[in-house]
Design a protein around this ligand. Structure first.
Ligand SMILES: [Zn+2]
Length: 392
């Protein structure tokens, strides 16, 4: 048995949209309260042992008493928030991520997660052709309509409900199912990740270029980003003027419709770009898990990922992250193996004899090993080293 994520576009009605907004607010509130508490605790007594999610859950009744609006929230979603917060701290302790941050109302994506308890999450309606309007019953919200044509398995473990900045709603169900193993090929491969070429494989000819999203979208994005910046600047000036005039009710940023419009346009273009990238990568990762039994890749450090010096680099970073995410879950589904290795020295060791030829400037794309005389393509050699490191 494996767990899978199933993404559904959902169509909440007006009341459900209000409930969702309220619940997003409640989980955000709990996150911020608990984070403030943990920060303070750490400050007052740095040697105190770190709390677990269970301990945070025990604080929830008190918090609800103090802030009665929290009683309106779906109760498991507040527990999941505690779990996520503790997980975020552990990732920080392992140096994989930065320190957990406070969440603002204007977060890029709003979401909360409910756990399956006592049949609170159930698919409803006829799964036949005659009733295209399928629904899913969710705690507190009732029945939500979703896009027809998808079948929901009966064993649902949890559901994450989210709203994108462009106003679309999604439910991601974590379901259990049989894993569909692809036939074994007994082939292994190593991959080096790059900026110009997204992937270079350990055998000649395995090269996958980084797809820069199309020129039209890039231009549009720059245009709207500039418009947004200008409109925000003007709006802030106007607000400052209101304050200067001591108006009884000064305007806020929310009063400027043109700012909101520009913000929406930017979000829409970002969404389109992300979708294009994910589609392309789905084709690539499907091909990889079909062809190889074992895939080795370098383990990307978040530190490197966070340094976006150039646009090309930023685009490559996003592609690497998505690639790794897709490969991780697809390998699990299809009973294949993904091994992440430390890329230390992989571009300077000779993959034939192991000779260490020293650090190489990025401009050097090819070199000849002085010990065994093998002529190397820099990236292919690195990919071969990655494969050796993972599978010997
Ligand atoms: Zn050599």
């Amino acid at each position: 048995m494996v767990t899978k994520g199933l993404k559904l576009r959902i169509y909440p009605n007006k009341q459900q949209r209000q409930q969702l907004a309220q619940n997003f607010g409640c989980t955000r509130f709990v996150w911020n309260q608990m984070l403030a508490m943990l920060n303070e605790r750490q400050e007052n007594n740095p040697k105190s042992s770190f709390l677990n999610a269970y301990a945070l859950n025990n604080l929830l009744p008190l918090l609800k008493k103090e802030h009665p609006f929290l009683k309106e929230a779906e109760s498991t979603s507040l527990q999941v928030t505690n779990q996520h917060l503790i997980a975020a701290f552990h990732a920080f302790f392992r140096k994989e991520k930065g320190h957990p941050k406070f969440k603002t109302k204007h977060a890029f994506k709003q979401s909360y997660t409910s756990k399956f308890v006592h049949g609170n999450i159930q698919p409803v309606g006829d799964h036949g052709i005659r009733l295209p309007k399928l629904g899913i019953r969710l705690p507190k919200l009732g029945i939500l309509r979703f896009k027809a044509g998808q079948r929901i398995p009966e064993t649902i473990k949890q559901v994450t409900l989210s709203r994108t900045p462009t106003g679309k709603y999604f439910a991601v169900l974590i379901v259990e199912g049989e894993n569909q193993a692809f036939p074994k090929t007994s082939k292994t491969v190593g991959y080096d990740l790059g900026v110009k070429d997204l992937l270079v494989g350990s055998a000649e000819g395995l090269r996958w270029p980084t797809t820069r999203f199309d020129h039209g979208l890039a231009c549009k994005l720059r245009l709207w980003q500039r418009k947004l910046a200008r409109r925000q600047r003007l709006a802030k000036k106007a607000i400052a003027w209101d304050h200067h005039q001591k108006l009884p009710v000064p305007r806020t940023l929310a009063d400027f419709k043109n700012v909101a419009k520009a913000r929406l346009q930017v979000a829409l273009i970002h969404e389109k770009i992300a979708n294009q990238r994910a589609d392309k990568l789905h084709k690539l990762t499907a091909q990889l898990v079909k062809t190889y039994d074992r895939i080795a890749m370098e383990n990307l450090k978040t530190k490197n990922l966070l340094r976006n010096h150039t646009l090309a680099r930023a685009i490559a970073n996003q592609a690497w992250g998505e690639l790794r995410r897709q490969l991780t879950y697809k390998c699990a589904w299809y009973s294949k193996e993904l091994v992440l290795v430390n890329p230390y020295k992989t571009s300077q060791l000779c993959s034939t004899c192991g000779y260490d030829d020293g650090k190489k400037a990025l401009a050097i794309r090819e070199w000849t090993c002085p010990q065994c005389g093998t002529h190397h393509d820099r990236d292919v050699n690195a990919a071969k080293n990655i494969e050796h490191l993972a599978f010997g």
